[in-house]
Design a protein around this ligand. Structure first.
Ligand code: ZN
Length: 167
């Protein structure tokens, strides 16, 4: 148990110290989305370039705690090259993982299958599982996903203009 926690801690620290996909992208074509978690002071700016429904490139910049920065780094890794359906699904799964573990802390009857399956599908993002023991940090972990969600929404609301905006 503790060795898994050590591994998780290592993964988080590695992403915190050497964040992946750090930088900016030109807007447009990229969508810029900013997120904040005032409780902890985390700030995140995401640049997501989506072409034909596929995340062609993604960059992020920001300041904050190790959880928020590592989460953003891992999240960008996970969605790069994937389509928006996958990205939406990932957001849902990650939030479910946070929920499940939070509920399990108070209950003796665990549902081991669901979290394990989710953890497998989430890959290295499952390293953030331990965060649910500290409810105030859940917002740090989900910040990048909320920011991504806003970017996807902006893309969907804006995906017609090239064809539709001319009168
Ligand atoms: Zn934080």
């Amino acid at each position: 148990m503790s060795s898994l926690e050590d591994l998780y801690r290592e993964v988080i620290l590695d992403h915190y110290r050497s964040p992946r996909n750090r930088g900016e992208l030109a807007t447009p074509p990229a969508i810029k989305s900013e997120g904040k978690n005032p409780v902890c002071g985390d700030e995140l700016t995401l640049f997501v370039e989506i072409e034909n429904g596929v995340v062609k490139d993604v960059k992020m910049s920001g300041v904050g705690c190790s959880i928020s920065q590592a989460s953003a780094s891992m999240m960008t890794n996970s969605i790069k090259g994937k389509d928006t359906t996958y990205a939406r699904d990932l957001i849902k799964k990650f939030k479910t993982l946070m929920d499940i573990h939070e509920t399990n802390l108070d209950s003796e009857n665990k549902k081991p299958d669901t979290p394990n399956e989710l953890a497998t599908e989430l890959g290295e993002l499952s390293a953030l599982t331990g965060v649910v023991k500290f409810p105030v940090r859940i917002k740090c972990a989900t910040l990048s996903f909320n920011t991504l969600s806003n970017a996807l929404e902006a893309y969907e609301n804006d995906s017609d203009p090239q064809t539709a905006s001319t009168e």
